[in-house]
Design a protein around this ligand. Sequence first.
Ligand code: AMP
Ligand code: ZN
Length: 472
Amino acid sequence: MDLKLFNTLSGSKEIFQPLVPGQVSIYTCGPTVYSDAHIGNLRSYVFPDVLKKTLRRLGYRVNHVINITDVGHLASDADEGEDKMERAARDKGATAWELAALYTERFKEDIRRLHVDPPDNMPKATDHIPEQIALIQTLEQKNFVYRTQDGIYFDTARLPDYGKLARLDTQGLREGSRVARGEKMNKTDFALWKFSPPGVRRQMEWDSPWGRGFPGWHIECSAMAMKYLGDLFDIHTGGKDHIPVHHTNEIAQSEAAVGHPFVRYWLHGEFLVVDSTRDGGERMGKSEGNFLRLQEVIDRGFDPLSYRYLVLNSHYRKFLHFSWDSLKAAETALMGLRRLVREVPWPGNNLNDPTNSAFRDELLADLCDDLNTPKALATLWTTLKNPLISPSEKGGVAALAEELLCLGLNDFSGLDQVQSVPVGVETLARKRLAAREDGNWGESDRLRDEIARLGYQVRDIKGGYELEKSKL
Ligand code: AMP
Ligand code: ZN
C-alpha cells in the first residue's frame, strides 16, 4: 500500500519513497525546555508518532530523532531578545541547566502519558556544541557567513532559492527592510553563533573560533539531524510556525554546507487554538497567557488518552479548537469505543489473520492518505457497530487500530465507574453560566439548587464550570 504525505516543500500530497529501501529517517523539532510543554506543543508530537507507527506497519524500519533545545532559542525569531533559557532561569531562581534537566524529564513524561513512543535518539543541543561549530566552520570556508558586533551570521542573499519552503518573497523582504535589519546585510539573515554580551557571563556559553558565546537555534537542528540521520534524510516534522524561519533557515544552512538537498519530505502540523472572541480562535502559546499543561488536564480528572483522541479526531493539518467541552466529548467517545471493544475477542498476536484483512486494510488506507486519523477513527466506529461483521473480525480491526493509534482501546479498567453527566444537568449548568454572565444571581442560585436536586454539584472555574456527582 502506498503512503501519501503532504510535503510542504512541493505544496502537494506525494507518494512516499524512502531513500533507502525498507528504512525511514525522521527528525522532529523538539521542545525548548525552559518551561513545561503545553497541550498545543504536545499535538506536534502526536502526528509524527502516528506516522512512525504507520510506517512500521508498512514494514519500514524507522529511525526517529526528537531533539531537546536547551540553549539558543531567543525570545524573538529575528535573533533578538534574551535566550529563553537564561530568562526563565532568572525569573524562576534556578540555573538554566537545572531548568533544562527538569523540563526535559517532564516532556518525556508527558509524551509517555500520551502514548507517544520514545524516539531512538533525543539529543540535546548543549551536548553538540563541537558539531555546531564544525558546521559553521564549513559555512565559513564556503563564504556563507559574515561577522557583526553580536555574532556570526548567515548571508541568505548568497542562496538563490532561499525561502523556497515558505515561498518567501525574499526580494520584497530585502527591499522593505533596510531600517529593521540593523547590522545584518539582509533582513532574512540569521545568527549561527551569538557572542556573549560584553561584560556578561552567561550560564550557558562556550569558546569558539569566533569568540565566547552560544549557537543559534537553527544550527542546532541541522547539526543534530546530520549527526544522527545523515546529510540527506527522509522526513522532517514540526509545527507550522517553523515554516517561515526555523525550517527555512535549517534548509538554507544545511544545503549551503553540503551542496545538495537536505530533507525529502517536510511535514507541518497546524496549531491547537483556544476558542475566544477572535475569529478562528487564538493559538495556544507559551507567551500568549492561554497555556494549558497536560498535568492540568489530568488534574481535572481526564485520562490523557482522551486528549490523544481529541487530537486524532482532527486532521493534523487542520486547526484543533480546544475547549473543555470538546475534551469531555472526546473522553465520552473514547469510553464508548472501549465499551464496544470489550464486547469482542482481542486477537492476541494473530493480527495477520487474512480473514479480516479487508476491514483492517481500510483503516490502514485511511492513515496512508496523509495520516487521515479522523477517517481512521470513523472506520473503527462503523466497523465496531456493524452487526454484519463478526466479533473476531471486529477484534482484528480494533487491535490494528490500537497498534496505530494507541488509545488504550483494550484498557477496560475504570470503564464501569465512569458516569457521563446527563444531558439535562449539562443544559441547566449552561443556563446557570449564562445567568451568571448576565449578573442574574437569583436565577443562578435557583439553577444551582435544581442541579443539586438532580444529584450534581456545580463548581465555578475560570470561564466555565465543572460538574461532579454529589457524594452521598
Ligand atoms: P517549542 O517548545 O516552542 O520549541 O515548540 C515545540 C513544538 O510545538 C514546535 O514544533 C512548535 O511548532 C509546536 N507548537 C507551538 N505552539 C503550538 C500550538 N499552539 N499548536 C500546535 N503546535 C504548536
Ligand atoms: Zn528544529
